[in-house]
Write a protein that binds this ligand. Structure first.
Ligand SMILES: O=C(CO)[C@H](O)[C@H](O)COP(=O)(O)O
Length: 284
């Protein structure tokens, strides 16, 4: 596939996702980061440039994208406590059969997670290379945002968790040295063996707790997040927004604060020009 074919796949999927999930009467919409989200913003702009819709970006690139499209950005920390985003769109680096995602290829995972958790509907758009049954199949590493001071000890701890060669992400262009995130933190990219889903563990394909060299998605995410100095882990797993809200209405007040991290739907642009939509109900 040529680069332009991959870009065409991203654009086709973005248009379908926006057609299905962007309501021009929305009040608050989250906008993720990366190359695919550009096509989402393009499609949104075609449907509405209503200045009353407030767009919550997930970092510098995302904010510029919103501004350049003539849309109205609003910072996450100015959202009133009782406001949920109607929908948040984002890209993904890899998605498994249960809709767990790896994100952070563009180093924006921290703000992306804040925004995803605040959305009633979190929707991802990606090209066919990201569509897998298990995480760490084609995408090689888990991106982790860390405090610079703690970087070396976190790399050591990741090795103890079974990551063979965690690496500090560096800038590729003129400036040498570590890449800095929008929070002025560092990114460590940690390879692990392919991650098990919860149903793999139930089916006895591995313990999933690291003791036999296998990790289940939620377990490795929690283990990494518990290391001091880790700001956020680029695994979006657990509940989706609809499941989280259902729990909250059953008077579990804690869930609104954590929200859902998993998308309710992922739109994959395929190499033949079609779009596959993966949801909790399966794929069509
Ligand atoms: O998580 C991200 C940035 O932190 C991106 O959404 C992810 O890397 C996908 O990027 P692209 O659309 O360029 O493939």
């Amino acid at each position: 596939m040529t680069d332009s074919a991959v870009e065409a796949a991203k654009r086709t999927a973005a248009r379908r996702a926006v057609a299905d999930h962007f309501n021009p009467n929305s009040t608050h919409v989250g906008i993720g980061s990366g190359t695919t989200i550009v096509y989402v913003v393009e499609a949104i702009k075609e449907k509405s440039t209503n200045p009353n819709i407030l767009f919550v970006p997930t970092g510098y690139q995302s904010r510029q994208l919103v501004i350049n499209a003539g849309l109205t950005p609003i910072s996450f920390d100015t959202l009133p406590d009782n406001v949920m985003l109607d929908v948040a769109f984002d890209g993904a680096d890899e998605v498994d059969a249960d809709l767990n995602c790896i994100k952070g290829g563009g180093a924006c995972l921290f703000q992306e997670k804040l925004v995803a958790e605040r959305a009633q509907k979190f929707v991802c758009v990606a090209d066919y290379r990201k569509r897998q049954d298990r995480l760490l199949t084609n995408w090689p590493t888990i991106p982790i945002e860390v405090a610079p001071l703690a970087q070396r000890k976190i790399v050591r701890a990741l090795k103890q968790l079974g990551s063979p060669d965690p690496k500090l992400r560096t800038t590729l262009l003129q400036k040498s040295g570590p890449l800095k995130t929008d929070q002025d933190f560092f990114i460590v990219d940690a390879p692990f063996p392919t991650l098990l889903t919860a149903s793999d563990v139930q089916a006895g394909k591995g313990k999933g707790d690291g003791s036999d060299g296998t990790w289940e998605v939620n377990a490795i995410s929690k283990a990494i997040k518990s290391l001091s100095g880790v700001l956020e882990v680029g695994i979006f797993a657990g509940l989706n927004g609809i499941e989280a809200q259902a729990l909250e209405t059953k008077d579990d007040a804690a869930t609104l604060v954590t929200g859902g991290q998993k998308p309710i739907a992922v739109y994959f642009g395929m190499s033949d020009g079609s779009v596959k939509v993966r949801t909790a109900g399966g794929e069509e």
